[in-house]
Every structure is written in structure tokens, then in C-alpha cells.
Design a protein around this ligand. Structure first.
Ligand code: PMT
Length: 222
């Protein structure tokens, strides 16, 4: 590796999905496996960083020399990230649920046996973990992911600006080979000057090492 390029740096990484409870037996989630974020944690530790990995419910082993914090909901994930601050670099690879049920019922919800009507679930916005940390006074070098099925680079650039990021990693999830729960990825990194750097399809392990190398070069420039 580029010789322990992250020695002395604390790198905070989010990974996996979040899970938003509807009632004690039901929830809203997505297809994130955590593979991308766990690969990044492994690569950052190999580059010499102190790594905190905050992850939603996933089935993956913890990489060596990585401090893992397991959480369930988006609000738990935000609290765990705030507790892990300060850090030098934040990489947000988690697929955080944008909305959660307004009410999480204390008991299992029952259907009405006398009615064929549907039911309406009211959802409210979750906090934005990445934007919250990237807008703190002690903000780290902040790297987001943009998982999109269309207008990839335009939407990614808008997220870079709206969330006050240093880099955004555009991830075309319309292609099943390189998105949620795949073993491979292909990315385009966009910086604040709108410069683009692309890494073609390869394993998430290799993409993670390429991205960590890129970040190490960028922060050492600043
Ligand atoms: O986990 P895998 O199966 O390996 O799949 C990897 C991945 C496709 C999940 C990953 O590469 C990826 O693209 N992660 C971001 C997915 C996403 O939902 O992005 P978004 O466009 O909704 O969010 C933009 C950025 O803001 C992301 O860095 C996200 O972590 C962050 N965010 C979003 C919403 C929120 N409430 N809080 C956040 O921190």
C-alpha cells in the first residue's frame, strides 16, 4: 500500500442498511449488504488508520484492527457517529433509510378481520448523518456515496454541494453487477472542482483500496 498513508488518522466509516421498525415484527430496510463499507474499513486499517466502522444489520465478519459499532436505525447510526467524533475522515457508504414510520407500534399491528381495505403507513424524514457531520465546526474530510439509477453524475454532484462534501463517489445501482449486494463495484469520484476520476469494474476490495489511496492523496494535499 502507499506506505501507511493514513497512519495517525481516525477514519469513521458507515456501512450497511438501516432498519426502521413498523412494529415489533416488521420493518423497512433496503438491499445493502455492507460489503462496500466493510471493504473500505479493511483498506483504511491496512493503510495505517485507526478505523471506527458504524454498521447497520449485516452478516459480515469484522476486519482486523477495526472498531465496530453495531446499530439498527438511522437515528442510532447518527448517535454512534457523533459519539465516535472527532475523526479526520468520514466515508459514508451506508444506505440509510431516508424515511421511518412516524409511529413504531408497541404491539404487533393487527389487520381488521371485517374489512378488505388497505392501510396507510405515514413516514417521516430521518436525519441525514453525512450532512450533519460534514457541517459541524470540527468537520472531517467528508466523503459520500451517491447510489443512483439515473442521471448519476448530475445527482451525485448535487449531493456533493447540498451535503457540503469534499468528495462524492457515484455508484450506478441500475447495473446489478456493481450495486447493492454485489461483489464488484465501479465508481466515479467527483471533487469540489468537479474533477472526475473513474475506476472501472473490479472487486469491492480493490475498489476500496483505490478509493482509500485516492482519499489519502487528497487529504495530504490539503
Ligand atoms: O452495502 P453494499 O451491498 O456493498 O452496497 C454498497 C452501496 C451500493 C450501498 C454503496 O456503494 C452506496 O452507494 N452507498 C450509499 C447508498 C445511498 O443510499 O446513497 P444516497 O444517495 O441515498 O445517500 C447519499 C449519501 O448520504 C450516502 O453517503 C449516504 O450514506 C448518506 N446518507 C443518506 C441519507 C441519510 N439519512 N444519511 C446519510 O448519511
Amino acid at each position: 500500500f502507499a506506505h501507511q498513508a493514513l497512519t495517525g488518522k481516525h477514519v469513521l466509516i458507515t456501512a450497511g442498511p438501516t432498519r426502521e421498525d413498523i412494529d415489533p415484527v416488521r420493518y423497512i430496510t433496503n438491499h445493502s449488504s455492507g460489503k462496500m463499507g466493510f471493504s473500505l474499513a479493511e483498506a483504511a486499517a491496512e493503510a495505517g488508520a485507526q478505523v471506527t466502522l458504524v454498521c447497520g444489520p449485516v452478516h459480515l465478519p469484522t476486519p482486523d484492527r477495526v472498531k465496530r459499532v453495531d446499530v439498527t436505525s438511522a437515528r442510532d447510526m447518527l448517535a454512534a457517529c457523533e459519539a465516535a467524533m472527532p475523526c479526520d475522515v468520514l466515508i459514508a457508504a451506508a444506505a440509510v433509510a431516508d424515511y421511518r414510520p412516524e409511529v413504531s407500534a408497541a404491539q404487533k399491528m393487527k389487520k381488521d378481520p371485517n374489512s378488505a381495505d388497505g392501510m396507510t403507513l405515514k413516514l417521516i424524514r430521518n436525519p441525514d448523518i453525512l450532512a450533519t457531520i460534514a457541517n459541524r465546526n470540527d468537520r472531517p474530510f467528508s466523503v459520500g456515496f451517491a447510489a443512483e439509477t439515473e442521471n448519476l453524475l448530475a445527482y451525485a454532484t448535487a449531493k456533493l454541494r447540498d451535503k457540503n462534501l469534499d468528495l462524492i463517489v457515484a455508484n450506478d445501482v441500475a447495473n446489478a453487477a456493481i450495486g447493492f449486494n454485489s461483489d464488484d463495484n465501479a465508481i466515479t469520484i467527483i471533487d469540489r472542482q468537479q474533477q472526475q476520476t473513474s475506476f472501472p469494474q473490479t472487486s469491492k476490495g480493490k475498489i476500496a483500496r483505490q478509493l482509500i489511496d485516492f482519499i489519502a492523496t487528497h487529504i495530504n494535499k490539503v
